[in-house]
Design a protein around this ligand. Structure first.
Ligand code: ATP
Length: 406
């Protein structure tokens, strides 16, 4: 949706053959002035684009540095066994290696024997970890009864039908599936651009089936500490078993299930271990009872095909940006509580908002309300919707490079 700033018109010189030499000279002077003016405007635009390019280059550098830090700063989990005058004895989880190591006074003050700590490659204690239960609670979002229903979702009738068939039916009519003798899909993968309603779909199924909704972000699973990802996946499935019926929703699945790369850093190995744990949990799924798993990604192209094999995420559902009818329905949903003026025509407005996602339409509705309030009104007019659209587009433009100079 980024638009380039319009370029000034190229000045034209039209000389009438009947002009006197003085008139010609005057016309040429005028033309020269116009050219100088246009040149100034272009120079200004070029400078603005260069500034923007400079800012963006800084941003890219910063992100690259952050990325490097994230990749290289993996820590290991250990337990502080004993605090002595010479240092702290830590035992690394996994290989049970015991080491005497030094700790900085600031960490030492808060440390007690038995605490879980994060250590680096040289066994330096980098931080004290929260108790295990907290790690579980921090990484997962558990909702006993999410408040989203199918009616709150606009433009995804086909996707709702598929999700109901693949996830809701097997939970509600498990016996029927057994009797017919077919295995329901273990996992459903929702893929599509950001803000199109993937999380809403997963929540709505949980709501409709009275299942507990357990959400975990793929990035959370791999960002933490070496060895934690696989354990969190195990915890996730254990928690679901305790709370069944349950819907496990793994957002950003690409963070743990991206195509294998050639590099062999410890970070990649950790991602691999986390994914293997997920696959083995899914493969041993049959005995688990009333648990269904839904994953979502904006980067379908990046996924490792291993997770799409039969018995795993074998039902793929595309959740695209809404079409015109979908946008109209989403606008209706997000304006039901709003006081709309008679001049508001959501259908006509929907026709003008091609390319917007559900999330963008939702914030557009709120923004239109803000325009009405700023204007001292209590009803929202069609013009507020247009103003809100322009604002959203302008915000969007501000965060992208002008195409003409990119
Ligand atoms: P992401 O990929 O960024 O995680 P998502 O596809 O999971 O996004 P949601 O979190 O479900 O998107 O949607 C965000 C918000 O946008 C919702 O809370 C809702 O207000 C609005 N929204 C998105 N899609 C729809 C839709 N189809 N119908 C109604 N509202 C929608």
């Amino acid at each position: 949706m980024s638009r380039s700033p319009s370029l000034p018109e190229r000045p034209r010189l039209e000389l009438d053959p009947d002009m006197t030499p003085d008139e010609r000279l005057e016309a040429l002077r005028e033309h020269f002035k116009e050219i100088v003016q246009v040149n100034e405007q272009l120079t200004e635009q070029l400078d603005a684009a260069r500034d923007r390019q400079h800012d963006l280059t800084d941003e890219v550098d910063q992100l690259e540095r952050e990325n490097e830090t994230l990749k290289t700063s993996s820590l290991y989990i250990a337990t502080a066994e004993e605090l002595t005058d010479d240092g702290v004895v830590v035992k690394q989880h996994g290989n049970n290696q015991e080491v005497l190591t030094e700790v900085s006074p600031s960490i030492r003050d808060g440390l007690e024997a038995g605490d879980r700590v994060a250590i680096n490659d040289s066994f330096g204690v980098k931080q004290i970890l929260d108790p295990e239960t907290d790690a579980r609670a921090q990484a997962m979002q558990v909702d006993g009864s999410p408040d989203v229903s199918y009616e709150d979702i606009g433009g995804l009738e086909e996707q709702i039908r598929e999700v109901r068939e693949a996830v809701e039916e097997p939970l509600v009519n498990a016996d029927q599936f057994r009797e017919v003798g077919i295995e329901p899909p273990s996992g459903v993968l929702l893929h599509g651009p950001p803000g199109t309603g993937k999380t809403m779909l997963a929540k709505a199924v949980a709501n409709e089936t009275d299942a507990t909704f357990i959400k975990m972000a793929g990035s959370e699973l791999v960002r933490k500490f070496i060895g934690e990802g696989a354990r969190l996946v195990r915890d996730l499935f254990e928690l679901a078993a305790e709370r069944e019926p349950a819907i496990i929703f793994i957002d950003e699945i690409d963070a743990i299930a991206a195509k294998r790369t050639e590099s062999k850093t410890s970070g990649d190995a950790e991602v691999q271990r986390t994914m293997m744990q997920l696959l083995s949990e899914m493969d041993g799924f049959d005995e688990r009872g009333e648990i269904r798993i839904i994953a979502a990604t904006n980067r379908f192209d990046m996924l490792d095909r291993a997770i799409l094999r039969p018995g795993r995420f074998d039902r793929l559902i595309e959740v695209p940006n809404p079409d015109k009818a979908g946008r109209e329905r989403i606008l209706e949903i997000h304006t039901t509580e709003m006081n709309l003026d008679d001049d508001v025509d959501l259908g006509a407005f929907a026709a003008e908002t091609d390319g917007l996602s559900g999330a963008e339409l939702a914030s557009l509705a709120t923004e239109a309300g803000m325009f009405a309030i700023r204007d001292g009104r209590t009803t929202v007019k069609q013009s507020d919707l247009h103003d809100a659209y322009e604002k959203i587009e302008a915000d969007d433009d501000a965060s992208s490079v002008p195409v003409a100079f990119a």
